[in-house]
Design a protein around this ligand. Structure first.
Ligand code: UDX
Length: 434
């Protein structure tokens, strides 16, 4: 099938490459033309494991192309996947202006039947607004349908998630749209669940909010562990072995970040409230997460007493391992605070340093980026671990101890066994463990 993809961020690009791998003919576009020119030249503007290889493969087969002109992309395809951003507004609701703009452009270029597929995470009822917008602005008699097909891929394993989905949710309101969507995902037939559009939209927000809530729950238990003799890793194991609870997403630490959980939990809270539903449960989950940074900094102060003038190494700038994405990463708030308190900050991340430099430009000797983790920790009074990259979990602790001025580790991700690391001579702080 001929499919256009509007928006080539993490979701749009993985969807474009993934759908091409399923054998469809993809034309992708973005209003950020520098991205399009890079992609035309064969350069992937983000880091996502496996994406480059798959991109090269589908590109060599001629299944994917990138064009700057959105009108042409719309006119030439029957199916349009909308993958533009829905960032949070100050009040927590999702900013729908990019979706609205795309809806207007689809209306203006409606030259034949189109199926408009919402791929970006959108609030329940968005399809109503897209439909209304297209009807208001369209100039031809051509018909169109809306479908919701929420994306569940995780950054860092997005390509694998696309190619091996747990489920594919398709929200449609008629047979024509249903048949097109089933054809697109023919290869994953047994994974498909067809619902109405409101349900599909809500499944996405509900899934992300539930997972965020699960993390906040275990973090709340970690707080109790810290006041008692309990150990959060064992609590999580003991809980998680109950299949109704499950082992995943029970890792306590500095809290969730990224472009989805913080935004989606706030957006669902807003929608619920607008609909007159009491949303205290989600508000509390968000509040617990916000408090993680304060608790982490409290540990840093407990270890260092005065932060001013201390040399602090910070490992892990992305919001989680295997991505260069720093959106809503705990590192942003931690670095801001360390800067405010005038620490000398030494940073290292395997992939996210270029992105971080745009927010916190190099400012030696107060803020320095290093090309490897051992350089970053040389002479440090404390080492802060903010994401659990493999490279950090496997670091040579004897070497680390020799390089640091004071062997103090404040671990936001519980990557070490407290007893073992203390035996090696470190002063060690983590969440919910003794
Ligand atoms: C998430 C959803 O998992 C995915 O289905 C959806 O499409 C987009 O949002 P992503 O944001 O890429 O994906 O990351 P995810 O792996 O879910 O982690 C989110 C955050 O939670 C990270 O900051 C991670 O460090 C944190 N986390 C995760 C924990 O703190 N503890 C855990 O047990 C699990």
């Amino acid at each position: 099938m001929k499919i256009s993809i509007i928006g080539t961020g993490y979701v749009g690009l993985v969807t474009a490459v993934g759908l091409a791998e399923l054998g469809h003919q993809i034309v992708a576009t973005d209003k950020d033309l520098t991205k399009i020119y890079k992609l035309q030249a064969g350069i992937i503007p983000i880091y996502e494991p496996g994406l480059e290889e798959l991109f090269k493969k589908v590109r060599a087969k001629g299944l994917i192309s990138f064009i700057p002109d959105l009108a042409t992309a719309i006119q030439e395809s029957e199916v349009i996947f909308v993958c533009v951003g829905t960032p949070p507004l100050a009040d927590g609701s999702a900013d729908m202006s990019q979706i609205e703009e795309v809806a207007r452009l689809i209306a203006e270029n409606l030259n034949s039947y189109k199926l408009v597929v919402e791929k970006s995470t959108v609030p329940v009822k968005t399809s109503y607004w897209i439909k209304r917008t297209i009807n208001l602005y369209k100039k031809s008699e051509a018909s169109f349908d809306i479908a919701s097909n929420p994306e569940f891929l995780r950054e860092g394993s997005a390509v694998q998630d696309f190619l091996h989905p747990d489920r594919i949710i398709i929200g449609v309101e008629n047979e024509r749209a249903r048949e097109i969507m089933l054809k697109i995902y023919e290869r994953f037939q047994e994974k498909i669940i067809v619902t109405n559009i409101d349900t599909a939209e809500l499944i996405k927000h509900a899934s992300n909010s539930f997972l965020a809530m699960k993390i906040s729950f275990i973090n709340l238990m970690a707080n109790i562990c810290e006041k008692t003799e309990a150990d959060i890793e064992k609590v999580a194991l003991g809980m998680g072995l109950d299949p109704r609870i499950g082992r995943e997403f029970l890792k306590a630490g500095i809290g969730y970040g990224g472009s989805c959980f913080p935004k989606d939990i706030k957006a669902l809270t807003r929608i619920g409230e607008e609909l007159g539903v009491e949303m205290g449960l989600l508000k509390e989950a968000h509040k617990i997460n916000e408090d993680r940074i304060r608790l982490f900094l409290e540990k840093v102060r407990k270890a260092l007493w005065v932060i001013k003038g201390k040399r602090v190494a910070v490992l892990g700038l992305s919001f989680k391992p295997n991505t260069d994405d720093i959106r809503e990463a705990p590192s942003l708030k931690v670095i801001s605070e360390l800067r405010r308190e005038e620490a000398s900050i030494h940073l290292y991340d395997p992939k996210a340093m270029d992105n971080m430099k745009r927010i916190f430009p190099e400012d030696p000797p107060n803020l320095v980026y290093h090309s490897n983790l051992y350089e970053a920790i040389k002479g440090a009074n404390a080492l802060l671990i903010l994401t659990e990259w493999d490279e950090f979990c496997q670091m040579d602790l004897d070497r680390v101890k020799n390089l640091m001025a004071n062997p103090i580790i404040i671990d936001g991700r519980n990557i070490f066994e407290p007893e073992e690391i203390r035996k090696k001579g470190f002063e060690y702080y983590c969440f919910g463990r003794h």
